[in-house]
Design a protein around this ligand. Structure first.
Ligand SMILES: [Zn+2]
Ligand SMILES: [Zn+2]
Ligand SMILES: [Zn+2]
Length: 660
């Protein structure tokens, strides 16, 4: 892949100097240029590969033009509006008679025809009056010209098709090697809501292989959609009338949650986290003090009782844990104090997802708050990073994790809660935020930001990550105003990244609630708070588990671990005996003695994704054995007690893979 600059002399076209067909544009001083452009001086041009982020954008934008070219060829009355690049592809909006998905193949064929002709794509700059003449027949383009063009603009021409556009574009249609139209939607025209446009979505990739892989993953994502799996496995119920956006769990869904809860409970205990409980409702006084009322109010469920008292349902668990922490005094030897709670929070969001678990309006965080001394941050973060690694290895096996460290933007201390020192009188102001802060002692505005607390804490976060050999990306300016944080993402079976854990330092709440401890000199020092969630929330981790495993969860998480089927009514008694033995040993078993045939029973239970289907007949009854069928449809015969111990081991050790 080209990455070094190429020297181009004045008057030369870039395309005549750079012959690599994987190069789609050049970059000069951070501006992208078409390959067909002529250098207006001696320049060093950096080739932009079709495999780079910019190159892919150019390719997809050119594919959008190709789409508009094909549509206007096939439907001469169609009026193109705009065709931007979007995540993973592009679309183009047309004012045209509605078409169906079945028409996409025809449009694609026309696109392929134009692509094969390798039609040159040329930029031409026209004065405004000429543009108005060129697009006289298209009111949508005229509107864009009217709004955006002052005296001249470029158009891109490929054969008979012309589009108003700033570019850049690939030099000819032959460059658009791998593309696919995906679907049709309708879009409201933003300047006239009575007008509905036909929106055609598509995508393009540098090569066929990448396109195929993307389309395959798209199909996989549909197949793995957790909303579909939730209903197939009968895990959760959504009722948009009675509880819009609030999931309810069936007995099966709750079985998975309880396993996840038990695991996190064990993880917390092992690492010194004390389990607490806080109510779901607090008086609004706590939300006013915490700052949630001021900042978070539109997302809170608030109500006032007849006696005038106002309450808020908790959108976060932190104030409750602070209320518990602040019940007593602490010395430096008492810290850290760590409280954890599976805390259900309620957040009103307009765009709340209905029928899914990735953005519900009620969810349960595996929340935790640690109260520390400044010098304890590094050690605490190391422990938490270990919890993260251990948890996701248990849940997902060998999975790729990525770590993001969000830190302060040192050039803009006014965006953060930092300390200041007065240059006039030397007074120190702890924890202020904003511009033009005044010294309360001498009223001077000549203050110097002191970032030492941030620097110290951030260095401890970096040190913790480094000492564990974790590669991480650092994002300056992405920290919250109250402290730096680490986010953890997991990469699922089809390559999607999901954010799960957050480890967030907080210098604000301790100031806000006056949380201190007595240091070794007998003076009061501010504690540092850590907010952390390993799963993120039970809803989110369940959604991701279901999508990653396509519902075929590890046995310890599977609601139906064994599904017992007698091959005929004569073996009902033995089947019941097997079922009861499994249940006695803590294995979640179900018995099917209905009148259906064995194959029908297997077919009916299939969507529930049981771990093992246990079939018993004459041979099994005679030998006190079972024939177990795994998820791949492979069968194996065990003695009953052997099967029980194999299954118990698989469950107790929380194995990712089945026993056979
Ligand atoms: Zn364009
Ligand atoms: Zn918190
Ligand atoms: Zn001062």
């Amino acid at each position: 892949m080209p990455d070094s600059a190429v020297h181009v002399r004045k008057g030369q076209r870039y395309i005549d100097v750079i012959k690599d067909r994987n190069v789609v544009a050049v970059r000069i001083d951070n501006t992208l240029h078409d390959l067909r452009d002529v250098a207006d001086g001696d320049v060093d041009a950096v080739p932009v590969s079709i495999y780079s982020e910019d190159g892919l954008q150019i390719l997809r934008h050119s594919a959008a033009h190709l789409l508009a070219n094909a549509v206007t060829n096939l439907y001469p009355d169609a009026l193109p509006n705009t065709g931007p690049v979007v995540e993973n592809g592009f679309y183009y909006d047309f004012d045209m008679k509605p078409i169906g998905e079945e028409d996409l193949a025809k449009i694609e064929d026309e696109m392929h025809r134009i692509q094969k002709e390798n039609v040159p794509i040329e930029k031409i700059v026209y004065p405004k009056d000429e543009l108005i003449r060129i697009f006289a027949r298209n009111p949508y383009k005229l509107r864009i010209i009217e709004d955006n063009v002052s005296d001249a603009s470029s158009v891109y021409r490929q054969g008979n098709f012309v589009d108003l556009c700033l570019g850049p574009h690939v030099p000819s249609t032959g460059y658009i090697r791998a593309f696919k139209l995906l679907n049709i939607a309708s879009a409201v025209y933003k300047y006239d809501e009575s007008k509905t446009l036909v929106r055609i979505y598509g995508t393009a990739f540098p090569d066929e292989k990448s396109l195929k892989e993307y389309l395959h993953n798209l199909e996989e994502a549909k197949r793995r959609d957790h909303r579909k799996i939730l209903s197939e496995m009968d895990l959760a119920v959504f009722n948009s009338e009675w509880a819009p956006g609030f999931p309810m769990y069936t007995q099966y869904g709750q079985m998975i949650r309880k396993e996840l809860l038990a695991y996190m409970d064990q993880m917390n205990r092992k690492n010194g986290w004390l389990d607490v409980w806080t109510p779901h409702v607090f008086r609004d006084t706590i939300w006013k003090q915490s700052g949630h009322y001021a900042k978070y109010r539109p997302n809170m469920y608030l109500f006032t009782l007849p006696d005038g008292d106002s309450y808020g349902i908790k959108p976060m668990n932190c104030p409750g844990h602070i209320a518990i922490f602040s019940r007593r005094k602490y010395s430096y030897r008492d810290l850290p104090v760590r409280y954890s709670e599976p805390g259900t929070v309620y957040r009103y969001e307009k765009s709340g997802e209905v029928g899914g678990l990735t953005r519900p309006r009620a969810f349960t965080q595996d929340d935790g708050h640690a109260f520390l001394r400044m010098d304890q941050i590094g050690e605490e973060i190391r422990t938490l990073l270990n919890m993260v690694r251990e948890t996701f290895t248990t849940l997902f096996g060998n999975i790729e994790l990525s770590f993001d460290l969000s830190v302060i933007d040192r050039d803009h201390p006014e965006n953060y809660l930092v300390s200041y020192v007065c240059r006039n009188c030397g007074n120190r102001i702890e924890g202020a935020r904003g511009t033009d802060i005044e010294c309360p002692v001498c009223h001077s505005h000549d203050l110097e930001a002191d970032l030492s607390v941030w620097d110290n804490a951030t260095e401890q976060l970096r040190g913790a990550l480094r000492s564990m050999g974790i590669e991480y990306k650092e994002y300056p300016g992405e920290a919250a105003f109250y402290g730096p944080k680490i986010d953890v993402h997991v990469k699922d079976a089809i390559g999607r990244m999901w954010q799960l854990s957050t480890i967030q330092l907080d210098f604000f709440m301790p100031v806000n609630f006056g949380l201190t401890y007595t240091n070794s000199d007998g003076k009061e020092d501010r504690v540092v708070m850590v907010h952390r969630a390993i799963y993120g929330s039970y809803e989110r981790v369940l959604a991701i588990l279901l999508e990653h495993y396509a519902g075929k969860l590890p046995t310890w998480l599977t609601p139906i671990q064994a599904y017992v089927i007698p091959i005929s009514g004569s073996f009902d008694d033995y089947a019941r005996h097997v079922h009861e033995e499994l249940m006695k040993n803590g294995i979640r078993s179900e018995l099917d003695t209905s009148q259906d045939t064995v194959s029908k029973k297997i077919k009916l239970i299939h969507p529930y994704r049981p771990s093992y289907i246990v079939v018993v007949g004459a041979k099994e009854k005679e030998n006190e054995s079972v024939t177990a069928r795994n998820r791949e449809g492979k069968s194996k015969t065990y003695g009953l007690s052997e099967f029980i111990s194999v299954l118990k081991k698989e469950i107790e050790e929380r194995k990712v893979d089945q026993a056979f």
